[in-house]
Ligand binder design. Structure first.
Ligand SMILES: [Zn+2]
Length: 119
């Protein structure tokens, strides 16, 4: 298990294991956030925050919620909005110390156009 927090410490993120790959997506939201996504099953991730300590953003087809710390603004993760929206979620690996990520390979995803990996 590895764990980290947002910059101010109001949100704690725990994941079951270090990611093997990270995704650098060029879609309109990911390029602005500067996120590096590690994908997990919901059961592998614990996000701990006091009520009201996070804020979220929804856009486009409204399938996902992007969650950030309401105090320091660090994007922590995205998750499906619908209860039946699937088990997959994305954790922003930028919140982890690089040493915690080990040798995870960074893959470039063309989320802007083709939804295909570029490697
Ligand atoms: Zn924070």
């Amino acid at each position: 298990m590895i764990s980290t927090t947002c910059h101010c410490g109001a949100v704690t993120i725990e994941v079951a294991r270090a990611p093997e790959t990270l995704t650098n997506c060029n879609c309109s939201i990911c390029r602005r956030y500067g996120t590096l996504w590690a994908y997990y099953q919901r059961s592998e991730v614990q996000v701990r925050a006091a009520p009201g300590a996070t804020a979220s953003y929804v856009w486009g087809d409204r399938m996902l919620r992007f969650v950030r710390c309401a105090t320091c603004g660090c994007v922590t993760h995205w998750e499906p909005i619908a209860a039946d929206g699937g088990e997959r979620m994305g954790v922003n690996a930028r919140n982890f110390d690089p040493a915690q990520l080990g040798a995870a390979r960074i893959r470039r995803l063309d989320g802007a156009v083709t939804e295909q990996y570029l490697d």
